[in-house]
Write a protein that binds this ligand. Structure first.
Ligand SMILES: C[S@@+](CC[C@H](N)C(=O)[O-])C[C@H]1O[C@@H](n2cnc3c(N)ncnc32)[C@H](O)[C@@H]1O
Length: 487
């Protein structure tokens, strides 16, 4: 299957995408900017957000009886919010909304609540009303860098479908499809494998009305009767439907789930070690009417997730940390995925910017291809955090014995072992000089800086790319065996 697919080379019509991205500075990549910046954890970037000290002294409780984790959590005090006006004439709708949330809540909100409002507030969230990708947008993702990315994900999906015994009907779900480019490239690349393409029902999980519209155009969907704006058919007859959550996708069919740069958009809670124990970082409004970060004076509900995450960590890992991020939504979503795969069969592929360890302090904001302060003009910049891959693995294993988790491996290992080298060579056989240059650039952006031995030139000239900073993990029903290329 791999070789057969990779040899069937064709270039799509929308090839100019490369030319647009090439005009960008290296900072155009969403989480992977120039080599020096990309190698630097966001907490060391010059946009660090200062944290106000806690309002009063507190004591700590000791949770050292936990088997592999020993942390103390601040449990003291009642919250006494300071009275101040939150109004400012120049505030955007979203800023006014955030300030009123804080005001009516009677105190600060968690970083996670702030992040969720900033990204997907139904009226003014960052993703809701516009196209944030590409040269005119705020950042660029792998499917927008090269057609080969979606094609290789298609190879992965087809291999899994083969391992599933080539079912006649299969749900192909994409979480957070952006412009729909990955899915369009996947379908175009797989178009010669009619048995596969005929079997798929596509389900797009998307909250943004603006992006849904773009996805319909990218997938060349027609909606002849216009009766339901959440269902359509591609020109080649593949049914597509849109949902807000994975739970809305009908059960009962084997399911293949793709999540590329989705988990990093899920809201994270941030904790900081203080003399009184671990305190949650919260977003408040200062006397000057500006947002500021404060430490919660009392334990917060998310502390339960901190304890859970710490149980999965090694003591040595924990003792070094001054900050920890936890993502309850990632844990919950992973468990929904794992349960679905264990009952319906199939597997999920998660590719994201992240770590194979607990995550410390990674939340970052990007506007117009530059890092900015996370509190600066919320709603106008993307917020994202490193994905905690061990937490995903443990979450899946916790809810089902019928699934197996593979990886994480680096993006360059993943794409390399699936055969991206053969694919680029096949495409290079049949293209103009300009296209060849763009293909090579796209290739190195996807696999550059990776651990796979693709680069044969001098070390100091190793191309910069997303090859090692992006990781791939698969959650697969045990019946399917080990998925490619995690052997
Ligand atoms: C960083 S973009 C990734 C887009 C695409 N996967 C790509 O690689 O180009 C995140 C995507 O997830 C969507 N999204 C973010 N949070 C979401 C949520 N809670 N539920 C559903 N979709 C969400 C955004 O609208 C967007 O389509």
């Amino acid at each position: 299957m791999l070789r057969r697919f990779i040899a069937q080379a064709s270039l799509p019509q929308r090839y100019h995408r490369y030319l647009i991205t090439q005009q960008h500075s290296p900072n155009s990549f969403r989480r992977c900017s120039s080599s020096s910046t990309a190698a630097t954890p966001p907490s060391q970037l010059p946009v660090e957000t200062s944290v106000e000290p806690p309002p009063e002294p507190h004591f700590s409780d000791d949770y050292s009886s936990k088997p592999s984790a020993s942390i103390s959590v601040d449990r003291s005090g009642l919250n006494n919010p300071i009275e101040h006006s939150h109004e400012s004439l120049a505030d955007s709708e979203l800023v006014k909304h955030l300030k009123s949330l804080i005001k009516f809540r009677g105190g600060p909100i968690s970083v996670a609540e702030y992040m969720e409002e900033v990204l997907i507030n139904p009226k003014a969230g960052f993703y809701i009303n516009r196209d944030v990708f590409g040269a005119e947008g705020d950042f660029i993702t792998s499917p927008e860098v090269s057609q080969m990315f979606g094609e290789m994900i298609g190879v992965w999906a087809m291999c899994l479908w083969e391992q599933m015994g080539q079912p006649n009907r299969v749900n192909l779900v994409e979480l957070g499809p952006g412009r729909g480019t990955l899915m369009a490239d996947l379908l175009r690349g797989a178009s010669k494998f009619e048995k596969f393409t005929r079997s798929v029902n596509i389900h797009m999980i998307e909250v943004s009305p603006a992006l849904k519209k773009i996805q319909k155009t990218t997938l060349k969907c027609n909606n002849e009767d216009g009766a339901d704006e959440n269902t359509a058919t591609t020109l080649t007859g593949t049914p597509v439907s849109w949902h807000s959550t994975l739970e809305e996708v009908p059960t009962g069919l084997p399911t293949i789930i793709i999540a590329h740069e989705f988990f990093d958009a899920l809201p994270v809670h941030q904790f900081q070690k203080a003399s009184r124990g671990w305190c949650e970082k919260m977003i408040d409004v200062g006397e000057d009417s500006k947002f500021r970060v404060v430490l919660s004076p009392h334990p917060t509900p998310a502390t339960l997730y901190l304890l859970k995450r710490c149980k999965w960590a090694q003591n040595e890992e924990l003792t070094k940390l001054e900050h920890v991020e936890v993502c309850p939504k990632a844990i919950d979503l992973t468990q929904t995925i794992a349960k679905r795969i264990s009952t319906d069969g199939g597997g999920a592929l998660i590719i994201d910017y992240g770590l194979d360890s607990i995550v410390s302090d990674s939340l970052q904001a990007i506007r117009k291809h530059k890092f900015v302060n996370i509190l600066d003009d919320p709603g106008s910049a993307d917020l994202s955090a490193y994905v905690d891959f061990p937490a995903i693995k443990h979450s899946a294993e916790e809810v089902s014995e019928d699934v197996c988790v593979y990886g994480p491996i680096t993006q360059s290992q993943f794409l390399g072992n699936l055969g991206i080298n053969f694919r680029v060579e096949a495409l290079l056989q049949n293209c103009t000089d300009e296209q060849a240059e763009s293909l090579r650039t796209g290739y190195w952006r996807l696999v550059g800086d990776g651990e796979a031995p693709f680069w044969e030139g001098p070390d100091e000239q190793t191309p910069i790319g997303m090859g090692s900073r992006y990781l791939a993990m698969a959650i697969v029903n045990k019946k399917q065996g080990t998925p490619a290329p995690f052997h």
